[in-house]
Design a protein around this ligand. Structure first.
Ligand code: ITT
Length: 188
């Protein structure tokens, strides 16, 4: 029997999907996965990138979808890699970032979740402050081994409760409040 999903997450990154699925499940929303690479424009605005990605995803899937655009912003590098986080990870990776960050280590992760259906395009953003570790610690994906969330001594790769405090969790919590409210008002 086919599982019925409420919304689909469109992304080329299955790590992002797995985390988003668990988080939304805890809010009672079933999230399906469409693994696709989406058109990503060059812009300094994550929101602009996210909304273009969402329109592209909806035009390909014709179902209610969400997409996510993230960025790691490092203070001492004037916000680099920011909107270029995916490309920078694939090119210089965590080793390259650790070479660039020398003294000031403050950073933040930003997530934008954009929902798109036939009529609506709506975005939800969240940020999580933290620091860049001196060495890689733990086995996680992406920047997890070098990002230490605020009030923690461990990196994202070392902590068990990442899905209860991450940038992704905070943006998805905003999204689910809005989405569940929208469903309720549609029922009335
Ligand atoms: P899409 O197909 O969904 O665009 P992507 O991997 O290219 O997938 P982004 O453009 O949002 O996604 O890239 C952000 C990059 O930031 C991502 O590739 C990871 O390297 C990193 N990243 C985002 N969230 C992360 C997290 O929770 N932990 C570790 N790294 C993360």
């Amino acid at each position: 029997m086919h599982k019925s999903f409420d919304i689909f997450f469109v992304s080329s990154n299955s790590h992002k999907y797995k985390e988003a699925k668990n988080i939304l499940n805890s809010f009672g929303i079933k999230l399906g996965f469409l693994k696709l690479s989406l058109e990503e424009i060059q812009s300094n605005s994550l929101k602009e990138i996210a909304e273009k990605k969402a329109l592209d995803a909806f035009s390909k899937c014709k179902k209610p979808i969400i997409i996510e655009d993230d960025g790691l912003f490092i203070d001492s590098l004037n916000g680099f890699p920011g909107p270029y986080s995916s490309y920078v990870f694939k090119t210089i990776g965590n080793k390259g970032i650790l070479k660039l960050v020398t003294t000031k280590r403050k950073a933040k992760f930003v997530s934008i979740i954009t929902y798109c259906d036939k009529k609506i395009l709506e975005s939800f953003d969240a940020k999580l402050d933290g620091t860049i570790s001196k060495i890689q610690k733990g086995k996680g994906w992406g920047y997890d081994p070098i990002f230490i969330p605020k009030n923690s001594k461990k990196t994202f790769a070392e902590i068990k409760c990442k899905n209860e405090l991450s940038h992704r969790f905070k943006a998805l919590r905003k999204f689910s409040n809005w989405y569940l409210h929208k469903l309720e008002s549609n029922d009335q």
